[in-house]
Design a protein around this ligand. Structure first.
Ligand code: GLN
Length: 269
């Protein structure tokens, strides 16, 4: 089996170690004998290359880089990514990328940056007096779409650093918006520091504020993305043999123990 991972704007949007997510996916594929090819997708990359990839990743950025990447993502790459997500191709959007796949992101200064509306959400920086939402975070998976992940591990750990506050489902005409929260915050701020949610899920696409990078300390999430990519590409169920994740799980457990001291509720579908 082989996979092509499209890495969007690696030169502009890869802050706080987010390139580590690509390395994690690549290694976990290689350890299983899956031929993984990483395809950097920059402002100059032709759209046909993007549309034939099997898994999408885009990382975080400061407002300045977002303003550089935004127009191209909105006009060119974003509509292609939206079609791919609608077809069930898995994607991980971290922080600034997460903000780009909602309806808009209003930065600290300047006009709102329109998003491509894959997720039913919007993001706004509250302005001058607002503090940045920074720190180690622990959250509990709550989305039923990720039940396979939740079976293996109920928590997600990471590090957040964002000024924008993200709000879900504000544009939905009914209460059954297909954009669902990804996790429930146990320690940290998450989407906005108010509603207790972190991230969002739509089909096989995940948005999250968790840097760190996210995937190495959450190998269950990395495997879920790889598994979904293979299932969609080859139209078959995929079951992975377990890898020795003792170091990854030790790192994960250390963060949960140190920061997630509150009792973690039992898993809810
Ligand atoms: N610039 C955005 C914000 O401050 C995203 C930051 C990030 O990607 N870490 O909210």
């Amino acid at each position: 089996m082989k996979l092509t991972i499209a890495w969007l704007h690696p030169d502009l949007m890869s802050t706080y170690g987010d390139r580590g997510n690509i390395i994690c996916i690549e290694k976990r594929c290689q350890w299983r004998g899956i031929a993984a090819t990483v395809m950097p997708v920059t402002l100059e990359t032709h759209l046909s290359a993007l549309s034939t990839s099997d898994l999408i990743f885009m990382g975080g950025a400061q407002d300045r880089q977002q303003k550089l990447a935004g127009p191209d993502f909105l006009k060119n790459k974003g509509p292609v990514v939206k079609k791919m997500v609608e077809k069930g191709i898995p994607a991980l959007f971290v922080c600034a990328a997460y903000q780009f796949v909602g309806h808009y992101y209003k930065p600290y200064q300047g006009d709102p940056i329109p998003g491509v509306g894959i997720f039913d959400l919007y993001t706004e920086h509250p302005g001058d007096q607002a503090k940045r939402l920074i720190g180690n975070v622990v959250a509990e998976l709550i989305s039923h779409q990720l039940s396979a992940i939740s079976y293996q591990q109920k928590t997600i750990v990471g590090f957040e650093n964002h000024g924008g506050r993200t709000y879900l489902n504000t544009n939905s005409k009914s209460q059954t918006s297909t954009t669902k929260p990804f996790a429930k915050v146990i320690k940290g701020f998450g989407n906005n520091g108010e509603d207790g949610y972190e991230g969002a899920v739509y089909k096989n696409a995940i948005g999250s504020y968790f840097h760190g990078p996210l995937l190495p300390k959450n190998p269950h999430l990395a495997d879920w993305l790889i598994q979904k990519a293979l299932e969609v590409k080859y139209n078959t169920n995929v079951h992975f043999r377990s890898l020795d994740d003792s170091i990854e799980n030790k790192a994960h457990g250390f963060i949960v123990k140190k920061y997630g001291s509150q009792k973690i509720d039992t898993f809810r579908n």
